[in-house]
Design a protein around this ligand. Structure first.
Ligand code: ARG
Length: 462
């Protein structure tokens, strides 16, 4: 008979048992469950709700159970139903009737939530640290490639020359926001729901501040009913993950086409590629593609929990048991993706010789010429039109800006001479883009410096 079986005359149907059970996935939180129980019974002991001796016996027993789970001596099964009852029933077996006092002034409704918050707090610390590692790899590469020029695209069309370090620092900003967002989420979830009980608190003289303190939360949650029905913190986490995985997916996509024969901009290390079972010559960017695709899970998991929560009334509903698997899957997927991506990035080198072959296509310096004209007093709109005509003339004559003759330039606009074009070498164009946030090597170095300072002074999560 289940621990809650007092008023029941029949056993659960076998198929219902399996459908109802969360033990097969929530046992992942066994450490957090025991941590929560130890804090809870410590508080019960301090408040005189159980005696100090009873509290000590229960704590000793819980530590034994933890050992037994860790060593594989306890194997949970469907009759355990969930991790909370799985541990409680083993505790009763281990230390006898005194264990039955542990569930005073709490419910599984608050218990499953304290477990999940503790679990997520730990995971967030790990994910932040992995994102920080990724940021450090990005900074290292940005520095290495601060002066190296590549093609900047808009609409996947040649746009303007940029530095490779500049691209790295663009992604640095995305992951920086991911870290900031995750830290905000952490702060909001750092409240303790334990002691809310089923939905309405308790008549027993508990001290929820003490439980919160023992578990390292900043305070107890304010309203018991909200505490057991709130899944916002999980939704925020899933949202943070969805955005961050989208960032990884975007860069992974760039890796895929940079790695193609047509571009040949990068060489992804062999250890992060796979071959084809039929085409012997193939070296496929499979890790980049998997990283691009994994975001599907992150979006799906967010949608899953949003949908579970929709329209549910206060307070706890069994629907909410569906809050865990998606969170766990996102934790695993996100962590792996960050690490694999950081390592792949570290092992990837740019093929500068190949990149340079693309510089004479697409009139990369067209905007710079228009800006030269603007500096000489020609209104930018007119300068834009003049350069547009120069592009057309080059296309007609199959040549570059530098090849247009004085006569050809004069025919386009009387104000334009070869001299007035200024230095339009790719390097001069990049070096001159010194506006704040621009692509010039010196400006990228400033961005790297700011990024490093931010990373080095990131506060520890409490
Ligand atoms: N296994 C449940 C969950 O994860 C625990 C709470 C069960 N509470 C209840 N009243 N049925 O949501």
């Amino acid at each position: 008979m289940a621990l809650w079986g007092g008023r029941f005359e029949k056993e659960m149907d076998e198929i219902v048992k399996y459908f109802n059970a969360s033990i097969f996935f929530d046992q992942r939180m066994y450490k957090e469950d025991i941590q929560g129980s130890i804090a809870h019974v410590t508080m019960l002991g301090e408040q005189g709700i159980v005696t100090k001796e009873e509290a000590d016996q229960i704590i000793t027993g819980l530590k034994v159970i933890e050992q037994q789970i860790a060593s594989g001596k306890i194997v949970f099964n469907v009759d355990d139903e969930d991790i909370h009852m799985g541990i409680e029933s083993r505790l009763i077996k281990e230390i006898g009737d005194v264990a039955k006092k542990l569930h005073t002034a709490r419910s599984r409704n608050d218990q499953c939530q304290v477990d999940l918050r503790l679990y997520l707090k730990k995971e967030i610390k790990e994910i932040v640290s992995r994102l920080c590692y990724l940021e450090s790899v990005i900074l290292e590469k940005a520095e290495k490639y601060a002066d190296e020029i590549t093609v900047g695209f808009t609409h996947i069309q040649h746009a303007q020359p940029i530095t490779i370090g500049f691209i790295f620092m663009a992604y640095f900003q995305m992951f920086r926001r991911d870290i900031d967002r995750l830290m905000d989420t952490y702060d909001r979830m750092n409240l303790c729901p334990l002691g809310a009980c089923a939905l309405a608190g308790t008549t027993l003289p508990t001290n929820r501040y003490r439980t919160a303190e023992l578990l390292g939360f900043t305070a107890p949650t304010e309203n018991a009913m909200d505490s057991v029905s709130d899944r916002d913190y999980s939704l925020e986490f899933l949202n943070d993950a969805a955005i961050s995985m989208m960032h990884i997916s975007r860069w992974a996509e760039e890796f895929v086409w940079w790695n193609s024969q047509e571009f040949g901009f990068i060489d992804i290390d062999d250890s992060y590629c796979t071959g084809s079972s039929i085409m012997p010559q193939k070296k496929n960017p499979d890790m980049a593609e998997l990283l691009r695709g994994k975001v599907g899970r992150a979006y799906g998991n967010l949608m899953q929990l949003l949908t579970v929560m929709k329209g549910t009334p206060l307070a706890y509903n069994k629907d909410f048991q569906e809050d865990k698997e998606s969170v766990f899957d996102t934790c695993d997927t996100w962590k792996d993706s960050i690490t694999i991506f950081a390592n792949m990035l570290e092992k990837t080198e740019f093929r500068l010789d190949r990149i340079q072959q693309h510089f004479d296509k697409g009139f990369l310096n067209a905007t710079d010429i228009a800006e030269h004209f603007a500096k000489q007093g020609i209104p930018f709109r007119e300068a834009h039109e003049i350069v547009g005509k120069m592009v057309k003339a080059c296309e007609n004559n199959n040549c570059d800006f530098e090849d247009l003759t004085e006569a050809q330039l004069q025919a386009i606009d009387g104000r334009v001479t070869k001299e007035s074009l200024g230095d339009i070498s790719i390097k001069a164009c990049v070096d001159a883009r010194m506006s704040f946030g621009g692509t010039a090597p010196a400006e990228v170095r400033r961005q790297i410096k700011t990024g490093k300072a931010w990373l080095e002074t990131l506060p520890e999560l409490a």
